[in-house]
Design a protein around this ligand. Structure first.
Ligand code: DAV
Length: 372
């Protein structure tokens, strides 16, 4: 079928001018019940261990108010915003292999939807509580499929998520940071290589090259799947051994324009993987320190959501309103910084980048790493 003029989906990287984006919703969000991969991520001293069920309504309303304000800021910049349809996440679900007491939510579309060019892939996900999350995005995907005749709608192989997917060593809540950091060096993560597993937020898109964090939510078999799925791309595994809870690349290694990456100083790129960047004249700079010592209450993510910004174009970036040092660093690089208050939304699944998924950015697939 020939492509038409009504192009809705198109995005090849993290920085070209953004024209259409999904912004999540906090409605019905739950603290998910205990399960192997989730337990490995919840910090050992977190008050959330052992808790599950709907989040307090006042916090849902505060998160939604900040999400709506973010939408208004983006729309004022001429960016079209689409929203998911929340389902009742507070119910138990099962497959033939397992059951869990609750689901999670649809505040972070970045985790589920991987946009590469004219295609969106629904990620496998790697937590049982997130297995059905794609349902919140189906109304949008279906609409775009109807209207954009060149849009390719794909779903990665649905995973079994049996116990064989998870290393039992991670079931303990008394592993300790030292042991975790040792395992990080050995790339011994909670997920096994039983079947392809990935969250879309582990993939950083830079034109022809896709950099994929190997960690708790994405395994090497998923990278093999992605490479076979995108034969014209180069898929690279990247590791950040300083991170004891490695999930999602977008508070760790964040490109802001061609040639410039902001890297978390506690989670530096594995030195063996640096060469490709230096050979191609990319600069990797350390992120500014976060403004906060601790994340907000009942939050899965770390204080490094400070660097989870959304680039609107290579000169404009949204940064959380209280992160003044991070704002200043980006201003010094010549960016117009748009401060967006967002800490009330963090607990629902992340920051300004997590809470969005690209639908359309201008531009096409470029090769930024021609020396390989
Ligand atoms: O630093 O806790 C957050 C990324 C969420 N998408 C962190 C990673």
């Amino acid at each position: 079928m020939a492509d038409n003029n009504n192009v809705i989906v198109n995005s090849w990287n993290e920085w070209d001018p953004l024209k259409h984006v999904v912004v999540g919703r906090a409605d019905f969000s739950c603290i998910a019940a205990s399960e192997p991969a989730l337990d490995a991520k919840v910090p050992e001293d977190s008050e959330m261990r052992g808790m599950y069920g709907p989040r307090p309504l006042a916090t849902v309303e505060a998160a939604n108010a900040q999400l709506d304000n973010y939408v208004a800021i983006l729309e004022k910049r001429g960016i079209k915003v689409s929203r998911p349809t929340a389902i009742q996440w507070n119910r138990s679900v099962a497959t033939p292999d397992w059951s869990v007491e609750s689901m999670f939510g649809c505040m972070p579309p970045r985790d589920v939807l991987l946009t590469v060019g004219r295609e969106i892939v629904e990620a496998t996900m790697s937590y049982r509580c997130r297995w059905f999350e794609y349902l919140a995005y189906r109304p949008l995907l279906n609409e775009w499929f109807n209207e954009d005749k060149g849009f390719r709608w794909e779903a990665a192989p649905k995973p079994r998520l049996t116990d064989a997917d998870y290393r039992p060593d991670y079931l303990s809540d008394k592993i300790g940071i030292e042991q975790r950091l040792k395992w990080m060096q050995e790339r011994y993560y909670v997920t096994t290589e039983e079947e392809p597993l990935f969250d879309a937020a582990d993939v950083c898109r830079m034109g022809k090259d896709l950099f994929v964090q190997h960690g708790f939510t994405t395994n090497l078999k998923a990278m093999d799947w992605l490479q076979r799925h995108y034969p014209d791309h180069r898929v690279h595994a990247v590791n950040f051994p300083g991170d004891p809870y490695p999930i999602h690349i977008d508070a760790t290694f964040v490109p802001v324009r061609p040639g410039l990456i902001i890297n978390n100083p506690n989670r530096k790129l594995n030195p063996e993987q640096k060469k490709l960047f230096t050979d191609n004249d990319w600069e990797i700079v350390e992120a500014a320190q976060p403004a906060h010592k601790t994340p907000p209450p009942l939050c899965y993510s770390s204080v490094w959501l400070s660097q989870n910004f959304l680039v609107l174009d290579p000169k404009t970036v949204c940064v959380e309103a209280s992160e003044l040092a991070q704002q200043e660093q980006l201003s010094n690089f010549g960016f117009e910084v748009i401060p967006v208050p967002f800490r009330d939304a963090y607990a629902f699944g992340g920051g300004l980048h997590c809470a969005t998924a690209d639908v359309y950015r201008e531009g096409k697939c470029e090769d930024y790493f021609s020396k390989q």
